[in-house]
Design a protein around this ligand. Structure first.
Ligand code: C5P
Length: 242
């Protein structure tokens, strides 16, 4: 049980629109009509449906997390950040592995793209992808130490660069908040309601557990999008938290 209201909780659920085209995404949105959740547009949908689809989501009042994980030279990321800020997204992300200067460049791009009176987007850093195993981290990527150590180091770097928060596993929320402060936003995928199919996620928590850890937003895809009744699925998730 938590002190969060139904509206608080709903606004902190980011539904991953992992679809190949706008038509499929619209099908889900229709089923969730009237539920004021966030929607997450990742690279599959963005590369297919593009800025027009995102602009149409914004026109209809959706809060949008554009999950395109920018990682390039600082000048290019600055330009990308400027473009997505002009698009009016509420949250977007860049890879912390791009370094402090690259993350600072993203914030400069936001400054450039922000219209007068518009709300600043929340810019978050991708720490270590939840799909990265210890072996891949050490032997392929070439970083020493544990995944949690890598995540905390990236979180500190993102914080030092002035970013608003990070994407991480819910298992790392406590350590991130301890290192970077309670106000440093955490966005956590790897969420599975009790009894749900785990799929390719490994380090998972239930939505209620993730909020109990103090996460700010949970990202949920297949437990909602793959359900026979997506509306019933998100309602059950909300009920499990409030
Ligand atoms: O279907 P599922 O709930 O596993 O979807 C999780 C979403 O979060 C996907 O869109 C995935 O790309 C995204 N994500 C993730 N792990 C990260 C970063 C993003 O699962 N570290």
């Amino acid at each position: 049980m938590s002190t969060l209201t139904r509206n608080d909780v709903t606004g902190r659920i980011m539904v991953a629109l992992d679809y190949a085209n706008a038509e499929s995404a619209e099908g889900l949105l229709k089923q969730l009509e009237g539920i004021p959740c966030y929607v997450k547009v990742g690279m599959q949908l963005f590369y297919a449906a593009g800025p027009t689809f995102v602009a149409s989501l914004k026109d209809r009042g959706y809060k949008v997390f554009l999950d395109v994980k920018m990682h390039d030279i600082p000048n290019t990321v600055k330009g990308g950040a400027e473009s997505v800020t002009r698009l009016g997204v509420d949250v977007f992300n860049v890879h912390a592995a791009g370094g402090k200067y690259m993350m600072e460049a993203a914030l400069e791009g936001v400054d450039k793209g922000l219209a007068v009176g518009a709300t600043r987007p929340i810019v978050i850093g991708v720490t270590q992808l939840t799909s990265t195993s210890q072996q891949v981290l050490n032997d392929e990527i070439g970083l020493a130490g544990t995944t949690e150590q890598a995540v905390i180091r990236y979180a500190r770097l993102a914080h030092a660069a002035g970013l608003n928060g990070v994407v991480a596993s819910p298992l790392e929320v406590t350590a991130i908040k301890a290192a970077c402060g309670d106000g440093f936003v955490t966005v956590t995928p790897g969420i599975r309601p009790a009894g749900a199919d785990i799929g390719d996620q490994s380090r998972i928590m239930t939505p209620a557990e993730a909020f109990a850890q103090g996460t700010d937003y949970v990202v949920i895809g297949r437990p909602i999008t793959g359900a026979a009744d997506p509306r019933a699925a998100i309602e059950a998730i909300i009920e499990s938290i409030v």
